[in-house]
Design a protein around this ligand. Structure first.
Ligand code: ADP
Ligand code: MG
Length: 212
């Protein structure tokens, strides 16, 4: 059975129109299973393989909840590498095309600090970045996350494999405790189970099996 289309969701009509213009008509499995929970504001752990459409799953939740007139960092997406962060930022900008003046900023390691600090002074609604660099900005006081209401850990298993556990903990300690937290991972090892127990509140678990 194919999934429902996006118009069955409580999404802003301009987001739905933009999805049609991107040729996104039906939800992928992970989107159909996770978006209702995400839009209710609940914490979520989603396990699904690469290419299943996870970015739009959290991206639509993030954009639906965003208050454009409040020019504060409201969402943070953490990714394992600069390449993945750039891909996520690009997809978020595409999904946000119909909303005017949304600022998505990427903050990744391997890039000079100066321009990032300048961009942070100009402000953003959404930050996408790698854990090491985000933590450095928090430590230097060049980034504050007091207004954050949504945290996304994308490819969480890979971030832990890369040794980002301490950076993740430090970042999470700098976010409001009443935030919504979404965790996406291809696998669900004990290390993920442990971090979920520490940083999430009654998370809904969704697992999309591979189709053979
Ligand atoms: P993942 O993060 O799960 O690896 P992505 O979010 O990168 O997957 O999505 C994979 C591809 O599928 C992207 O090219 C994206 O534009 C496309 N895509 C996502 N959702 C849909 C949809 N509902 N309909 C059509 N294409 C989609
Ligand atoms: Mg992805």
């Amino acid at each position: 059975m194919s999934n429902a289309d996006f118009s069955s969701l409580p999404l802003n009509p301009s987001l739905i129109e933009n999805l049609a213009s991107l040729d996104y008509h039906r939800m992928t499995d992970i989107q159909a299973r996770s978006l209702p929970t995400i839009l209710e504001g609940k914490d979520l752990i989603a396990q699904a393989k690469t290419g299943s459409g996870k970015t739009a799953a959290f991206g639509l939740g993030l954009l639906q909840h965003l208050q454009v007139k409040r020019f504060r960092i409201q969402s943070l997406v953490l990714c394992p590498t600069r390449e993945l962060a750039d891909q996520v930022a690009k997809e978020l900008r595409r999904l946000a095309r119909s909303i005017h003046n949304i600022k998505v900023l990427t903050l990744c390691g391997g890039m000079p600090f100066g321009p990032q600090i300048g961009s942070l002074q100009h402000g953003a609604h959404i930050v996408v970045g790698t854990p090491g660099r985000i933590e450095e900005h928090l430590r230097k006081g060049t980034l504050r996350l007091d207004d954050l209401n949504l945290l996304v850990l994308d490819e969480a298993d890979r971030m832990l494999d890369m040794g980002f556990q301490d950076a993740l903990d430090a970042i999470i300690a700098n976010t409001p405790s009443d935030r919504q937290t979404l965790l996406f991972s291809a696998t669900y090892p004990d290390q993920i189970r442990a971090i979920a127990q520490r940083v999430m509140q009654d998370p809904v678990m969704v697992k999309v099996e591979d189709r053979h």
